[in-house]
Ligand binder design. Structure first.
Ligand code: PLP
Length: 425
């Protein structure tokens, strides 16, 4: 009798199918370990990582200062709940966020939570209390999370919204600039003014939430003039501007926050997340004291928000990312990648645009269907590269390698990407 030997990948994947809800989509990869820009699967195959667990590894897998900080904290205590016992690392993360904050005002404060979605939820809560207004304005192509409010704020029906309604009230959507698809800053501002005439009284809007580089929506970069024009319009109506830097922040664009690329723009609230925790769950909302402290004691918080391990990791991340050398290396990575992507695009007529800021780069297929990008991602995987598609049409390939990636890994990853593009043409 012959016994078919199951591989470790097949075994874990089969068990996953048996025990894990299928709504959490299933990748091909079963991970054994990860270091730097490389992930090794349970078969011993090594992959170059251009995904970073969706943008959470700006400092690379197993970043030594992060691992050391987690070990050190694990030996002292794992959990207290910040509402039960104050611990210094939480306070220190807030101090670092204050020092690094791009927000308006000198006296900056933060609250720490578990995820980007929770950060956005809290930013809206804070903005509502601070202004006494209910409404929220968001943009086409936005992604702000998967909770009821943030899913409502997100701009992609399948798979994020279909069937999950009714949605949260008082969320209004308006076009974002998208120069490649013919939407300019001027048109987007005109559309928002129209929204204020036709759908929602601007005097009842608490906040406008903007990703300076839209992440899941396709790495759509806001034009240089847009955030300032938006901010001016918001200020005219007493609307707070929320800067969602969950994906674009923590060095991803070559500055600590992407909004720093836009001269003179100071948001009212910043939401950070993903790479902030170096691989552990952590997100934050930061803003000036009079806005943050509009919420009375007990109005913000949560059991695990800003847990000690995540805070220890975040301090190591922020120490590294705030270094000019780290940001210079990230910028240099972007300067290396950009011409390579432009050269690839020159050989593939199917690629309509290469875009991004610094090393936060992507290319969009002109055809607004998901099949080509999915084929590239799949071929890349088969050849040893972890890659992610994005965009509400699923037709954008984004690059999220660790910003610390070694030249050899980068070269190998780019070679696999080229091969995957050629084989899927
Ligand atoms: C810009 C942006 N905001 C919010 C979120 C939600 O973050 P999380 O998945 O940690 O809830 C994401 C996640 O991809 C994001 O990219």
């Amino acid at each position: 009798m012959s016994v078919t030997q199951q591989s470790a990948t097949e075994r874990v994947t089969a068990d996953r199918g048996r025990f894990v809800a299928r709504g959490v989509s299933t990748p091909k990869l079963v991970v054994a370990q990860a270091q730097g820009a490389r992930v090794t699967d349970v078969e011993g195959r090594s992959f170059i990582d251009f995904a970073g667990g969706i943008g959470c590894q700006n400092t690379g897998h197993g970043f030594a200062p992060v691992v050391a900080a987690i070990h050190e904290q694990a030996d002292r205590f794992l959990h207290q709940c910040f509402m039960v016992g104050t611990y210094e690392s939480y306070v220190e993360v807030c101090r670092r966020l204050a020092e690094l904050s791009p927000c308006a005002g000198t006296d900056q404060r933060s609250v720490l939570v578990n995820s980007g979605a929770e950060g956005i939820e809290n930013a809206v809560k804070i903005a509502r209390v601070a202004t006494g207004r209910p409404a929220v304005v968001v943009f086409d192509n936005a992604f702000h999370g998967r909770t009821l409010l943030t899913m409502t704020m997100t701009s992609k029906v399948k798979p994020y919204k279909a069937g999950f309604g009714p949605f949260a009230p008082e969320v209004y959507r308006t076009p974002a600039p998208y120069p490649y698809r013919g939407i300019s800053s001027t048109q987007a501002i005109a559309a928002l003014e129209h929204l204020f005439k036709g759908d929602v009284d601007p005097e009842s809007v608490a906040c406008v939430v903007l990703e300076p580089v839209q992440g899941e929506g396709g790495f759509v970069v806001m034009p240089p003039d847009f955030p300032a024009r938006l901010h001016e319009l918001c200020a005219k109506h007493g609307i707070l501007s929320v800067d969602d830097e969950v994906q674009s922040g923590v060095g991803r664009t070559g500055k600590v926050w992407a909004i720093e690329h836009y001269d003179g723009v100071q948001p009212d609230l910043l939401v950070s997340g993903k790479s902030l925790g170096g691989g552990l769950p952590l997100a934050g909302v930061t803003g000036r004291a009079e806005v943050m402290d509009a919420v009375p004691p007990g109005g913000l918080g949560g059991t695990f928000g800003g847990n000690p391990l995540s805070c220890a990791a975040a301090l190591a991340v922020l120490d590294a990312v705030a270094q000019p050398e780290f940001l210079a290396a990230a910028t240099a990575l972007g300067e290396t990648l950009r011409p390579r992507l432009d050269a690839i695009a020159a050989h593939h007529a199917s690629i309509g645009e290469v875009r991004g800021i610094g090393p936060m780069l992507a290319f969009e297929f002109a055809d607004r269907t998901p099949e080509r990008a999915a084929a590239v991602v799949s071929a890349a995987f088969d050849n040893g590269l972890l890659l992610l598609a994005c965009g509400i049409y699923g037709n954008v390939i984004r690059l999220l390698p660790p910003l610390t990636i070694a030249d050899t890994d980068l070269d190998e990853g780019m070679a696999i990407l080229e091969k995957a593009l050629a084989s899927s043409a």
